[in-house]
Each structure stands twice: as structure tokens, then as C-alpha cells.
Design a protein around this ligand. Structure first.
Ligand SMILES: NC(=O)c1ccc[n+]([C@@H]2O[C@H](COP(=O)([O-])OP(=O)(O)OC[C@H]3O[C@@H](n4cnc5c(N)ncnc54)[C@H](OP(=O)(O)O)[C@@H]3O)[C@@H](O)[C@H]2O)c1
Length: 259
């Protein structure tokens, strides 16, 4: 990819990693399409990106709204980079995962990603090849949680596994249309999502550092952008254990809070 993509669309830009990604992309000559549900927090992100020289077009839209997302993305014009970042996390707490929470996680983290990526691919398929030889790049924010079935966050770990695998599998056929997909698999990042976690979060990093690593990985053409490597190695080892051992080991940690 060119050093800095000129036309960028990011979902979940009103907080945490999405906000940091927006600021990291912002510069003179860059057009940023940013979405979220909270208009005030989205506008705060937009303001800081404008101060960095970007032209910012914020949109309050829920990623679960299939037609709203399609209309927004189809009307955005050229898109060099789309980051399907919006997501929610919930845990079991001391009980089990409420049915409504499990559905909301899948609708946001899986259907919301499809609602972002599928229209974006159609926009990109119809646009000219950029200086880096690709029509566009799509990044799907999954998680290192994709590699371990987490007893205290069943829907979250399953939803992240689904989008990580879908993005990486789909990349092969989209390359033939001149489009790249990237799965983004962060470890723990300091954002509102992790603020109430009662368990140790090894090698947790700032949202700015996570944004930098995400954009560097995409620019380097990595299919899977995963960080930090030490947590990834640990997750791969735990994920490869016999399922009963893995469940016992993971059960030793305090559960992720519900809600
Ligand atoms: N923090 C971590 O340790 C970590 C680790 C790995 C992966 N991730 C992933 O990184 C992504 C960003 O998470 P974060 O940590 O930055 O959390 P966050 O601070 O809670 O931000 C989540 C963002 O997603 C948006 N969002 C949630 N549901 C939405 C919906 N239905 N429609 C539109 N926007 C919606 C929120 O918008 P509003 O607030 O405006 O509703 C917010 O901007 C998520 O996909 C998460 O799973 C996070």
C-alpha cells in the first residue's frame, strides 16, 4: 500500500482502537469516513482528525443496520482502506452468557462485519488500481481471542474466530479482483472494552500503539496482523491443548464480567 491511504472508512471510530486508527490515518489530503452510534463521541474523534488536516465525514449508523450501512458505504466514493473495527465484548460473569447478549455479540461482531465488508468490496471492485498495485484494502478487526475458545466469553471468542477465518479465506479470491483482505488480531488494548476486566492482561498496550501496528501490518501486506507476538504464541499453545485441559486452564482466571 502507499505510505498513507487517501480515502479511509472506519467503523467504531467513536472510541478506543477505532478512534486511535482514525487519528493515525488523519493528515492533509486524507478523506476519513468514520462511523459509530454515539454522535457526541464520534464528533470528538472527527474534530481531532480535522485538527490533523483530514477531511472528515462522520456518520451515525449501527453496523447491524444492513441497508443503512450499504447506503453509507456505496455513497462514500473511492475507498483505499476500509477497517471493520466496530465490535462489542461481553462475558459470563459468575453465571452464563445471557441469550440476548450472545445474539447481540454475533449480530455486531459478525453480521456487522459483513455489513461493512461486502458493500466495500463492491465499491473497490469498480475502482482503479492504486499506486501499490491494489484496488483497495479491507481490514477486519478480530482478536487473539479468535485462537482460544474462552469459557468466560463464548460468543466473543467464537465471533472473532469467525471473522478472522472469513477474512483470511476470502483474501484468496478477492486478490483476483485486485483487492486485499487483512485479519487484525490484537491482544489486550487499553480501551473502554478492557477497562473492567478483573484478570491479568499480559502485555497490554495503548490504543495508539495498537493502531500503529495495525496500519504498519496492512502497509506491509500481511494477511494476518497479530500483536503482541508473545501473547499470540501463548494463545496458540493454549489453543492447541486438548479441549478439556484448555477449559480447565482458562477456568482458573476470573471470568470476564457480563454486560
Ligand atoms: N480492547 C481490546 O483489548 C481488544 C482486543 C482485541 C480486539 N479488539 C477489538 O477491537 C475493536 C474495537 O474495540 P475497542 O477495544 O476499541 O472497544 P470500544 O472502545 O468499546 O469501542 C467499540 C467501538 O465499536 C462501536 N460499536 C459497537 N457496537 C456498534 C454498533 N452496533 N454499531 C456501530 N458501532 C458500534 C462503538 O461505537 P459507539 O460507542 O458509538 O456505540 C465504539 O466506537 C472491537 O472489534 C474489539 O473486539 C479489542
Amino acid at each position: 500500500m502507499a505510505p498513507r491511504p487517501s480515502n479511509v472508512l472506519i467503523t467504531g471510530a467513536s472510541s478506543g482502537l477505532g478512534e486511535a486508527l482514525a487519528r493515525a490515518c488523519a493528515a492533509e489530503g486524507v478523506v476519513l469516513h468514520l462511523s459509530g452510534r454515539d454522535a457526541a463521541r464520534l464528533e470528538a474523534t472527527a474534530l481531532s482528525c480535522r485538527q490533523l488536516g483530514a477531511r472528515v465525514l462522520p456518520r451515525v449508523v449501527d453496523v447491524r443496520d444492513t441497508s443503512g450501512m450499504a447506503e453509507w458505504i456505496a455513497g462514500a466514493g473511492r475507498l483505499d482502506l476500509v477497517i471493520a473495527n466496530a465490535g462489542i465484548g461481553t462475558g459470563t460473569g459468575d453465571a452464563t452468557e445471557p441469550a440476548a447478549a450472545a445474539r447481540e455479540v454475533f449480530e455486531t461482531n459478525v453480521t456487522g462485519v459483513l455489513n461493512t465488508v461486502l458493500p466495500a468490496l463492491e465499491v473497490m471492485a469498480g475502482q482503479d488500481v492504486a499506486g501499490d498495485g491494489w484496488r483497495g484494502h479491507v481490514a477486519v478487526v478480530a482478536s487473539i481471542a479468535a485462537f482460544v475458545a474462552s469459557p468466560s466469553a463464548p460468543a466473543y471468542s467464537a465471533s472473532k474466530s469467525a471473522v478472522q477465518r472469513w477474512a483470511e479465506a476470502r483474501d484468496a479470491s478477492e486478490r483476483k479482483r485486485g483487492i486485499r483482505l487483512h485479519s487484525i488480531c490484537p491482544g489486550f488494548v487499553t480501551t473502554p472494552m478492557t477497562a473492567s476486566n478483573p484478570f491479568p492482561m499480559p502485555w497490554i498496550m495503548s490504543a495508539d500503539e495498537a493502531a500503529r501496528r495495525t496500519l504498519d501490518g496492512i502497509a506491509a501486506g500481511q494477511l494476518r496482523v497479530v500483536y503482541p507476538r508473545r501473547l499470540y504464541a501463548l494463545a496458540r499453545v493454549v489453543g492447541a491443548l486438548p479441549p478439556g485441559w484448555r477449559a480447565w486452564l482458562m477456568g482458573l482466571a476470573p471470568p470476564k464480567p457480563a454486560g
